[in-house]
Design a protein around this ligand. Sequence first.
Ligand SMILES: Nc1nc2c(c(=O)[nH]1)N[C@H]1C(S)=C(S)[C@@H](COP(=O)(O)O)O[C@H]1N2
Ligand SMILES: [Mo]
Length: 386
Amino acid sequence: MSTQTALGKSTPPQSAEVAPWIEGKDRRLEVMSGTPHVLSTPVGLLAEQRITDKKYLFVRNIQDLAKGMTMEPLPLEGWETELVGLIKPFRVVIRGEELLNMEQVEYEMILQCSGNGRTQYQGIPGTPWNQGGVGNVRFAGVPLKVILEKYNVSVDPQVKFVTAEGHDLPLGLERPDFEHSLQVGPVLERSIFALKLNGEPLPGIHGGPVRLVTPGLFGTMHIKWLRRLRFETAESPNFYHATEYRVPLSLLKPGEKFRFTLENSRPTWDIRLMSYILAPESGAQLKAGAVTVSGVAYNDGSVRLESVLVSFDRGQNWQPAKFEVPDSPYAWYRWTTQANLKPGVHEIWSRAIDALGRSQPLDGSIFWNPNGYEWTGVFKIELTVN
Ligand SMILES: Nc1nc2c(c(=O)[nH]1)N[C@H]1C(S)=C(S)[C@@H](COP(=O)(O)O)O[C@H]1N2
Ligand SMILES: [Mo]
């Protein structure tokens, strides 16, 4: 079993090339890459609030929209998103300003990069995310089904996937444009054309003016700067969808070679069950006596969480934490528990269990995959008590 507790520790910025700071983001965010922009939220800032403030929210761009790297909203006027493929009529253009007059819904929901927790897996390249690629936010916008009704669009029953394209540009000719295919079921049921973040117009850097948001799915599936939706029978063969952001259907041994195909793997669609200890922070020095431990937990929103268990003795005994059940199934649960700690070095572990009986494995590396996605292992921190 892995006894690593790196999830609670921070890594220094990896990229030497750091773009100008994004005005309006908190200076304590870690710059993991300048071009494209990648910012990670320190654990202390996540602990503060139920709704993650936009100034604390992580940023993960595979590709930047040059004019969109700002916390200001971009104009909806003149922004067009087209619907194409196996629909009738065969092409529909949705104008940004028309969205403002349509019915909107709001979801409180997890925004999490599927690479979050990657540093827990052994020997994986890619952005070294600890736990800072997650937040709990409110996205509001127009449901896709409302748009389809308003424009009298009918979707052919043969459609299995909806592929979303953003307006960002590839970094170089060697990389294709970023896009993802989503399953048509959840898209027609709950995708929105998001226009707002935490009650305010969606900042450019978070995908404004229009972003496709589908609660319960990983962050990468929420396509920023939405330009086109393709209604199709097949999944996109695009590099970012067919090779990256996928996990093998079978379990691999750490380090095992794997060639991704659409058939032997699946996209990182549904958020994995996860819990985090946010306070105290890993590495903290505490005085002996009563300690309050708190954190968050969530799943893909399909069923509720049953319990969050906390262990102070490396998994020998587990005590249930107290938590509030949020109104939204897609939001995180905030939990807290107490213990008396004697002087010494302590590990504290947290583990969520949901109503489908899913739980976090004691050793998350059983789900090792070549790109290090979907870490769902028991969360571990280390403390020193004096
Ligand atoms: N168009 C576009 N959408 C995108 C990306 C991108 O590079 N281009 N990055 C994705 C990834 S990998 C993640 S994790 C989330 C991050 O959302 P955030 O930057 O608003 O936190 O956006 C997703 N949507
Ligand atoms: Mo991501």
